[in-house]
Design a protein. Structure first.
Length: 228
């Protein structure tokens, strides 16, 4: 091999290794502590990736909400530098009702984003050590603290709360000062296709969206608990 060719090949090899190293370092840094622009870009990407599923969702109404189950179809989980998951929660009759996409960044504690929607509403969550910022239909709703309380509004008051005790068969959700319904704990049921919710009282539209914001988050996190 001519010396000049050997030098060129050696240079290309070194350049390729350096380029890969720079790319991996960039991925590590942006996934370790992603900035606001990166997070927003990821939300847009996630929404686009599941649009085909979103377009197939059955129209959402009170009856369909009562039929929602913990069963998923098309669940896809990817483990890597940034862990991702997506899937569709169906009704007990296997109709697609809720679609979601989840991305976890590199961190010792959960540092992630979650996008989910029904045919009617969309929910976005920014999860980090300070709490979980909750957005409903593009509007900031509040922050969910470790104690299960969702705080928001001008006075940062308690808007809703969920009891996430793993020992409970049902995780009750209170909106305002009224318990409206509970989410089934998947680890406390022996049914193959259990209904996701048990209702205590009818909900107005605003109450339903608040309930669903907490319920969908609970369903997704429970379903991924053993995966990551």
């Amino acid at each position: 091999m001519p010396p000049i060719v050997f030098l060129i090949l050696s240079f290309l090899a070194v350049f390729s290794v350096a380029a890969v190293a720079i790319y991996l370092l960039y991925q590590l840094l942006t996934n370790f502590q992603p900035g606001k622009s990166r997070v927003l870009a990821d939300f847009r990407k996630m929404r686009a990736e599941i649009k085909e599923w979103s377009d197939q969702l059955v129209p959402w109404n009170k009856e369909e909400m009562s039929l929602l189950s913990l069963r998923q179809v098309n669940q896809k989980i990817k483990r890597g530098m940034s862990k991702t998951a997506k899937g569709i929660f169906t009704s007990i009759y296997h109709e697609p009702l809720v679609v979601y996409s989840y991305r976890r960044y590199i961190s010792s504690k959960e540092n992630a984003i979650l996008y989910a929607r029904t045919s009617q509403n969309e929910f976005a969550y920014r999860i980090n050590k300070k709490g979980i910022d909750v957005n409903i239909d593009g509007q900031y709703a509040g922050v969910l603290k470790e104690n299960g309380g969702l705080y928001g509004g001008r006075r940062n008051r308690l808007l809703a709360r969920i009891n996430r005790d793993d020992e409970l068969k049902l995780h009750p959700i209170i909106v305002g000062d009224k318990e409206v319904a509970s989410v089934q704990n998947p680890n406390k049921t022996d049914k193959h296709n259990p209904r996701a919710f048990q209702f205590l009282r009818p909900m107005e539209n605003k109450e339903e969206k608040m309930f669903m914001a907490l319920a969908i988050l609970e369903m997704v996190q429970e379903s991924l608990k053993e995966e990551f």
